[in-house]
Design a protein around this ligand. Structure first.
Ligand SMILES: Nc1ncnc2c1ncn2[C@@H]1O[C@H](COP(=O)(O)OP(=O)(O)OP(=O)(O)O)[C@@H](O)[C@H]1O
Ligand code: SF4
Ligand SMILES: [Mg+2]
Length: 322
């Protein structure tokens, strides 16, 4: 039997922010492994810490504590120079790739920027850069005539293809995809997801795919990690999560997805009650104020994820019983 070694191992990752109201626990003790060539979908409501976790894994934001091993190398202990080398292998795709870059740069300049910075390619070698940019543009399905276009001249789908191209130009092995299709129309979303799956197969990529939309990750992810107020509350194979969600929060999230077949009736579990604050959160289950099954045992001590069945982690004292 072949046992794959994880490409990414996240152990007890924490990212806290000092705020005027106290310490905000944006990511609080998250651990998981990610196999090479696979996709882990990360879902949860706005503000639950998805983006912060993605950035802390890449050390775009310094983690407060915990370790991130990438192919055995401790990302959290790397020097700046080692980190720069690792960045070639670990990239990120944002919701709007042009939000963080110069709108005066052309498509080719945007795609080539990481290569110029990492490999110190000569900006004056316009022909060489353009040739390379055209290769990447072909990979991500962009017409060569757009090579000198500016972001404002392109629609959202094309802009995201450039964001993907920019992430691929260094030939990475792992990509954090932070809501890459959330800003796009549904028909364009499908095209971009197909493209991402195609390049994943071609290049053997590993994805951490962040979204607040469970229906997007359903078919795209091998596994799904559900976050709630900075913590992992459930993680397992995608099919299993949809067939047999065990955490009451996951159950509520799934029940909110519209079912296309009118003959199928899903019982909607409303998310009632107050959302706890991530600032100085109390011990115990952070979902307790909204959970229909909460008992006094839920708020007495930290509720950590347990492996309820092989590969299925749930942070709920009543997991398996509900
Ligand atoms: N630089 C910062 N300083 C203080 N608090 C921050 C900072 N960045 C994020 N936060 C807080 O950390 C928590 C997690 O934010 P994050 O952006 O990671 O959530 P998210 O799940 O990505 O949300 P969304 O779905 O809206 O993108 C939030 O409470 C947010 O306000
Ligand atoms: S630990 Fe208790 S409050 Fe939290 S999800 Fe489980 S049953 Fe609900
Ligand atoms: Mg986010």
């Amino acid at each position: 039997m072949r046992i794959d070694k994880p490409l990414l191992q996240v152990k007890n990752l924490k990212k806290y922010f000092q705020t005027p109201g106290g310490m905000l626990h944006a990511v609080d003790d998250v651990s998981f492994d990610l196999l090479p060539g696979s996709t882990l979908g990360v879902v949860g409501e706005s503000g639950c810490g998805k983006s912060t976790m993605g950035r802390a894994i890449l050390r775009l934001q310094e983690p407060t504590s915990g370790t991130v091993l990438f192919d055995g190398t401790d990302v959290t202990a790397c020097s700046k120079r080692e980190l720069k080398a690792l960045r070639e292998q670990m990239q990120i795709i944002f919701q709007d790739p042009f939000a963080s870059i110069d709108p005066r740069m052309t498509v080719s300049q945007t795609i080539m920027e990481p290569l110029i910075i990492q490999h110190k390619m000569d900006r004056r070698d316009k022909k060489g850069l353009e040739r390379k940019a055209l290769e990447i543009m072909e990979l991500v399905g962009l017409a060569p005539r757009l090579v000198n276009s500016y972001p404002h001249e392109l629609d959202g789908g094309r802009r995201q293809r450039i964001g993907i191209g920019r992430a691929l130009v260094l030939r990475p092995r792992f990509i954090v995809c932070d809501e890459p299709v959330s800003a796009l129309d549904v028909s364009i979303q499908a095209q971009i997801l197909n493209l991402m799956q195609d390049v994943q197969k071609q290049m053997g990529l590993t994805y951490l795919f962040i979204t607040h939309d469970l229906s997007v990750v359903k078919h795209f992810s091998d596994e799904i990690l559900v976050m709630y107020l900075g913590q992992m509350v459930e993680k397992c194979e995608s099919k299993r999560l949809f067939a047999q969600p065990m955490h009451p929060y996951t159950q509520a999230l799934l029940s909110a997805i519209p079912v296309p077949d009118p003959r199928v009736r899903m019982q909607k579990i409303p998310l009632k009650g107050e959302l706890s604050s991530p600032i100085e959160p109390p011990v115990g289950c952070r979902f307790a104020k909204r959970c229909p099954y909460a008992t006094s045992a839920c708020t007495q001590k930290a509720v950590l994820p347990r492996e309820i069945e092989p590969g299925h982690f749930v942070a709920c004292v009543r997991a398996g019983e509900l």
